[in-house]
Design a protein around this ligand. Structure first.
Ligand SMILES: NC(=O)c1ccc[n+]([C@@H]2O[C@H](COP(=O)([O-])OP(=O)(O)OC[C@H]3O[C@@H](n4cnc5c(N)ncnc54)[C@H](OP(=O)(O)O)[C@@H]3O)[C@@H](O)[C@H]2O)c1
Length: 319
């Protein structure tokens, strides 16, 4: 199958390298790459001047699948949302690692993909490619998700670990920045917006919540002090930024809080760039999925697994 990439940064390059490594068993082919400032490439050619628009790029780079991997815009999900719609309008399947569109407009995108007769996949949008959506879709038929609990933000975990050693929040942010996991604006992580975006996205996809990150009842770790963290450590407790959703008679409630947890709580035990998500279900009770020290190669793998899933649906990959 042919794939066109919109965005060729850390994730795009890792995805292209993975496709190359897997090419013998999974014959995907990149037919075009479009970026904001680094130009546009078609076929096997190098980068030339940028296409004048994403529409022009998609018309020329005739692909079966479009991978939307541009920069996150947490406030609106644009322009990625428009890129995805432009792909649907041309009958292309879409895979994306970009949280914005799903956190803001999942229900419409799902319906638009269905009306266009194409697949829409987004495994890498949370937990860097660890199976969440594909697990629910493929392995949990008939199961209703009643809620979830997740420790999904790496920066806040690193910051709290540094504060536990008596250092300041700023020291923690700098440590996270050195690991390359912090958003350009660290307050996005510290104030819980990243966790809220992931919570909204999970609630939209798994529970049909139809919320945006702004609808999430959110409180971050901004007011936490090293003194408080040390005091809790003395009592074998820690603080963790937790995303939760639950189905209640009043509807679906989605919230993000800095929660005090025992050190032995599974949510507290996942540190640094590791993530844990527990799904609360009707038929399977609570089940969990974890990613230990995931990075950009796992994000790329999530895109790859989505592409394989689409190829399998189209009958071009058999296994
Ligand atoms: N990095 C991770 O570990 C990770 C994990 C999970 C999800 N994600 C998500 O994956 C996406 C990509 O992340 P990244 O780390 O690869 O970002 P990145 O390194 O900043 O790369 C972004 C790419 O998007 C291009 N781009 C930006 N705006 C564009 C536009 N309007 N039209 C066309 N191209 C545009 C950029 O073009 P230029 O090259 O010209 O600047 C660049 O190639 C983001 O949504 C991110 O949230 C990343």
């Amino acid at each position: 199958m042919r794939i066109a990439l919109i965005g060729y940064g850390n994730v795009g390059r890792a995805f292209a390298a993975l496709l190359k490594r897997q090419r013998r068993a999974y014959p995907f082919r990149i037919v075009g790459i479009h970026t904001a400032r680094h130009g546009t490439a078609y076929g096997d050619g190098g980068f030339g001047p940028p296409a004048s628009s994403v529409e022009e790029f998609l018309d020329r780079a005739k692909s079966d699948i479009v991978a939307e991997i541009t920069t996150l815009n947490p406030a609106t999900g644009e322009p990625a949302l428009s890129h995805i719609r432009a792909a649907f309008a041309r009958g292309r399947h879409v895979i994306t690692a970009n949280k914005g569109p799903i956190a803001h407009a999942y229900a419409s995108l799902r319906d638009e993909a269905s009306a266009a007769g194409v697949q829409f996949r987004f495994e890498s949008t949370v937990m860097d490619g660890v199976p969440v959506f594909n697990m629910v879709r493929n392995n949990l038929p008939g199961v209703k998700i009643l809620g979830f609990t997740g420790a999904l933000n790496s920066t806040s975990k690193v910051v709290i670990e540094v504060m536990r050693q008596g250092k300041s929040m700023q020291d923690g942010i700098e440590a996270a920045r050195r690991l390359g996991i912090t958003e350009a604006d660290a307050s996005y992580d510290i104030e819980g917006w990243d966790s809220a975006a992931k919570a909204a996205l999970l609630a939209n996809v798994l529970m049909d919540a139809r919320v945006t990150p702004q609808d999430v009842d959110r409180r971050g770790i901004g007011r936490l002090t090293p003194e408080r963290v040390r005091e809790l450590a003395g009592a074998r407790k820690t603080v963790c930024l937790v995303s939760r959703a639950r189905l209640s008679p009043a509807g679906i409630r989605v919230r993000v809080r800095a929660e005090v947890l025992d050190d032995t709580d599974p949510l507290a035990a996942v540190s640094g760039t590791s993530n844990l998500l527990l799904l609360h279900t009707d038929l399977m009770g609570t089940i969990g999925t974890a990613g230990i020290n995931c990075g950009v190669d796992q994000t790329a793998y999530g895109l790859f697994s989505d592409a394989v899933d689409i190829a399998r649906h189209a009958g071009t990959v058999q296994f």
